[in-house]
Design a protein. Structure first.
Length: 556
């Protein structure tokens, strides 16, 4: 609530200052009033004196006449009387001159006081206008204070409700983190046991090999010439990458190749280029690997990340690869040089997803710090931040220019955003009971595919924000918080990987499971269908990538 006391004190101070300024004029006004009164009195006195002077003139004339008579008569008494009258007349003239002089001074003072009074009147008028302006401003501020008080009350209610909601979300996130920690500890124990077992087996194997070598030492000398003879031909990379298995029954995808990638740790993500000639993987070894789809040869190793790369994405022109990293940053590499082009920093949590817009001028990133950030690649900094109230696992652009953004969150909800204003458009809740791990928009932009830890995929009609299909299967288990599902290029099928290494294919028109194929041994973290529809890639956490040839329409 805004404190209005400073405003009231300020107004009182201004009113006191006005009174002080106006109070200074009171002596001048009183003096002017006295001068006017004196002037009037003196004017009356002058009139009286003029009347007396006129009377004296008549008396003088009479006396002169009498004096003339007396002079003619020559009386000493008359002469003395005449002198006295002349002296009196001279005194009266001097008094009259003094009165005229005083009257002139009073008139000048009256003019000066009138000028000062006019100045005071103008100043008083200006002060009155300022007072009216201040009063109007006070009224406006009072209304603003009332409005802000109401807004603060509404925000207090909203914050209290949001606080309860945030507390529940934090509890859910804490539960999920504790569960993940428990699973990690269990996995660590299993790995330690496996390591000890493998160490014992390795020692046993080494001892057996040593004994076997000791026993076969004479035979080695006998066969040494044959051993040193060159092979008729050496194995090529194409021989090593020959398809290990082919499935031709029904609507099975045909397994083309299995590659053990050059990552030094687990694979976290996979994406295919728009021209379908390369695919990229990101892993816990802090690297992005770019491979050719034709032979599986490593084309680039992109470095610079300080922690695991959780999401990779190609630009529309395939000139750049984007990597969302657990070190709170997003990185942009140039495929022409293999060098790091931009490092976008500003998040304070793990960045799980990042996507280009159509012309590759902007990037949107989603983080576990509960924000989405819009980056201008020409300027190299964040232009807008959107607060999501929940950790973000994936983002996708619903239109080519990136004006509308969809984000999937830990609180099981989908949120739609206007990137031009940063405002939320809609929150779609209740479609999943577990956190959302991936979002994928169809090529026509009308349908959105979601993958969730509740072991279901949902197909949403973005024109009505309604669920039109639910995909599930008995053996399907979403094993990762960043597991990605995808559409086929024509939108007829969706595919997702399970925690046990099985690929599941569903028909989007009927919602039915078409087939499930198991080739991987561990959890599948990502699947990516090439834009030309000729290849499908699936990535397993344990550094394995499979390339499939999807089924033809006539096979289905």
């Amino acid at each position: 609530m805004m404190d209005v006391q400073p405003i009231v004190d300020d107004l009182l101070l201004k009113f006191r200052e006005r009174d002080r300024l106006e109070g200074a004029f009171h002596p001048f006004i009183d003096a002017h009033t006295r001068l006017v009164k004196d002037n009037v009195d003196k004017g009356l006195r002058i009139s009286e004196l003029e009347a007396e002077t006129e009377a004296l003139r008549h008396t003088e004339a009479d006396l002169r006449q009498q004096l003339g008579i007396v002079r003619e008569q020559g009386s000493p008494l008359n002469q003395q009387r005449t002198q006295e009258l002349e002296q009196q007349l001279q005194v009266l003239k001097e008094e009259q001159s003094e009165l005229y002089k005083t009257q002139g001074q009073n008139a000048q003072r009256l003019l000066d006081m009138s000028e000062q009074l006019r100045t005071y009147y103008d100043r008083d008028k200006q002060l009155n206008e300022e007072s009216q302006t201040l009063n109007a401003r006070v009224t406006k501020l009072d209304k603003q204070v009332e409005t802000q008080i109401l807004q603060l009350r509404e925000k207090d209610v909203t914050i209290q409700a949001s606080g309860r909601r945030t507390r529940f979300l934090l509890q859910d996130e804490l539960t999920a983190i504790q569960l993940e920690l428990f699973k990690t500890e269990e996995k660590l124990k299993d790995l330690e046991a496996d390591n000890a077992q493998l160490l014992q087996r390795w020692l046993k194997k080494m001892n057996e090999e040593a004994e076997r070598m000791n026993e076969g030492h004479p035979k080695v000398r006998h066969h040494l010439p044959n051993i040193l003879h060159p092979y008729p031909r050496s194995l090529s990379l194409a021989d090593l990458l020959k398809p290990t298995m082919a499935l031709h029954c029904g609507y099975h995808p045909r397994l083309s190749s299995i590659w053990q990638t050059a990552h030094d740790g687990e694979i976290c993500t996979l994406a295919t280029s728009t021209d379908s000639n390369t695919f990229a993987t990101g892993g816990s070894d802090k690297k992005v690997k770019v491979f050719e789809t034709s032979a599986g040869t490593l084309k680039h190793t992109l470095t610079g990340s300080l922690q695991a790369v959780m999401c990779v994405s190609y630009s529309n022109s395939d000139d750049f690869v984007l990597g969302a990293c657990n070190d709170h940053s997003t990185r942009l590499w140039s495929l022409a040089t293999g060098r790091l082009r931009h490092t976008l920093t500003g998040h304070i949590g793990k960045v799980y997803a990042a996507r280009f817009n159509n012309d590759s001028s902007k990037v949107v990133s989603g983080s576990h710090d509960r924000t989405l950030k819009l980056w201008d690649l020409q300027k190299g900094y964040c232009t807008r931040t959107m607060f999501t109230f929940s950790s973000c696992n994936d983002v996708c652009l619903l239109d080519p220019d990136g004006a509308t953004i969809a984000s999937g969150h830990l609180d099981n909800n989908i949120r739609l955003w206007d990137s031009r204003t940063g405002n939320g458009i809609k929150e779609i809740a209740g479609i999943h009971t577990g956190q959302i791990t991936s979002l994928c928009i169809s090529n026509d932009g009308s349908r959105l595919l979601t993958n969730s830890r509740d072991n279901t995929l949902k197909l949403l009609d973005m024109r009505q924000y309604a669920t039109v299909a639910t995909f599930s299967a008995d053996g399907f288990r979403n094993g990762l918080n960043w597991s990605r599902a995808c559409f086929s290029p024509d939108g007829a099928y969706v595919v997702a990987g399970s925690a046990d290494g099985t690929l599941f294919f569903w028909n989007t028109a009927t919602g039915k499971l078409m087939k499930s194929i198991k080739e991987h041994e561990g959890p599948i973290c990502a699947v990516s269908w090439s834009p030309n529809g000729t290849q499908l890639f699936s990535a397993e956490k344990d550094r394995t990538v499979c390339m499939w040839h999807p089924p033809d329409d006539q096979d289905i």
